[in-house]
Design a protein around this ligand. Sequence first.
Ligand code: GAL
Length: 275
Amino acid sequence: MAPGEKLDPVPDSFILQPPTFYPVVPYITTIFGGLHAGKMVVLQGAVPRDARRFQVDFQCGCSLDPRPDIAIHFNPRFHTTRPHVICNTLHAGHWQMEARWPGLALQRGASFLILFLFGNEAVKVSVNGQHFLHYRYRLPLSRVDTLGIFGDISVQAVGFLNISPFAEGSREYPAGHPLLLQSPELELPCSRTLPQGLWPGQVIIVRGLVLQEPKDFTLSLRDEAARTPVMLRASFADRTLAWVSPWGRKTLILAPFLFHPQRFFEVWIELILNQ
Ligand code: GAL
């Protein structure tokens, strides 16, 4: 986004996370707003005839190194005599105890619709309209912000819905927080003061829309003297994300580049106490 440029024209004044059609696998995407009870993820696709396995991972971050925690690993396996699904959690690089479900309703060569419905304590998974399993969370759902799809699967569509009024224990009707565009307050360069400064555990969320022919954009934290000790830059020419030091030194971030022209994005900056 170029400074001073207007976010115009836009199709709607507010948009929730749009569905993705025919993504190339492996596919990794940010889940706008993260996951919370009442949210649903719908996956429509087909299992190739020679499929061995695929996996749908609800991850805590998208770094490649270190490997992120995976709160929910949903892994259909077709190459054994009895096809089954494994669910598990990867915590600090270690797989926990596997949970296994036989009687897999997915079949090689067949299309499917899988619905992940996130409740307060567990995720429920239905396959082709039939309840298939539920898996109790072993890591807090609030840590999940990334969806990864890997392996032998062809995906037609991935949708994100906020509309389940049936989530256990939820009193409010879950709503998506709209992205308000065209507001003069959001013209670039756009800055906000942090009245209480920074503290460990604080999360700063920036949402935006990438323009049609982007070059780069920068998110920075400034101190009172207008120095920028923390600067994050997304460069579209070489599709890299990097920390830029106050002296201009770039440290590349080992993560997939999730920004695309004319697509919405959400960046979470979480402040961690350095021990
Ligand atoms: C491992 C496998 C991983 C993951 C894990 C789940 O054996 O290599 O990809 O599926 O099981 O427990």
